[in-house]
Write a protein that binds this ligand. Structure first.
Ligand code: C5P
Length: 244
């Protein structure tokens, strides 16, 4: 199964995002990138086409959550952008996830990966009880949502690297775990609480690590990316200049 490092391109403009990606122009490996709401809402679908044209794989992180019919139709539109991975909230129910999958599937049967956000990492047990009226423990709820995603036919979930093993055990080794919360040993944690290194994430069984600031805010983003790839995939990533 494919494993990869996904760079979270959390920028608020096309200029900043493309300026960042320009740094990778001469590199042999085009990074898989995650485009979230901030950049998508700022620039619209054109930014996806532009980044796709440059040869990057794209995880479009828009976390859809609406009635099944609306999600189905919206997923059909996103699928036409030819992204490689999309996501939604598992809280939208199994029916919504099934509808999303239908919408995402193109006439020729191909589709991007579809993964589910279980419980956002910003939600804790207290807010689950107080705001959402969910009395079950958070880890049981996360696993229940992951199993719902599996039942709906999705490809995996976003989770902490620390949960990757448990998710694979409950949903199978082929069920993808896409894991943010990654930091280098000597790096700043920032607002992330439960963090692991790329190497540890690999040992824990993550399929894709999502890495933002450790790469985007690094003095040398290309070197930071290469280190992530080496540590996570265990392979040398050559950033040799291409022969023009
Ligand atoms: O900069 P950093 O490495 O913390 O970026 C992580 C990325 O993963 C951000 O785009 C963040 O929104 C996203 N993410 C997360 N935790 C989740 C879901 C998504 O950090 N549970």
């Amino acid at each position: 199964m494919a494993k990869d490092v996904i760079i979270a391109c959390d920028f608020d403009s096309k200029e900043k995002a493309l300026g960042f990606l320009d740094k990778f122009k001469g590199t042999e490996r085009k990074p898989f990138v995650k485009i979230g709401m901030e950049l998508y809402y700022a620039e619209g679908p054109e930014i996806i086409r532009e980044i796709k044209k440059r040869g990057h794989k794209i995880f479009l992180d828009l976390k859809l959550h609406d009635i099944p019919n609306t999600v189905k139709k919206s997923m059909a539109v996103l699928s036409r952008l030819d992204v490689d991975m999309c996501n939604l909230h598992a809280g939208g129910t199994v029916n919504m996830m099934k509808a999303a999958l239908e919408g995402l599937t193109r006439a020729d049967g191909t589709r991007p990966y579809l993964i589910a956000v279980t419980m956002l990492t910003s939600t804790d047990e207290e807010s689950m009880r107080k705001d959402l009226w969910i009395e079950k423990p958070i880890d049981e709820t996360v696993m229940h949502y992951a199993k719902n995603a599996l039942e709906a036919g999705l490809d995996g979930v976003v989770c902490s690297p620390l949960e990757a093993g448990k998710v694979h055990k409950a949903c199978g080794e082929n069920f993808l775990t896409v894991t943010p919360g990654v930091r280098f040993e000597d790096g700043e944690a920032g607002d992330q609480k439960r963090i692991t290194t790329p190497k540890k994430a690999r040992e824990l069984g993550s399929d894709y690590i999502v890495v933002g600031r450790p790469i985007t805010a690094a003095e040398n983003p290309v070197e930071a990316y290469k280190k992530c790839v080496r540590d996570f995939l265990g392979e040398e990533c050559r950033a040799t200049e291409r022969e023009e």
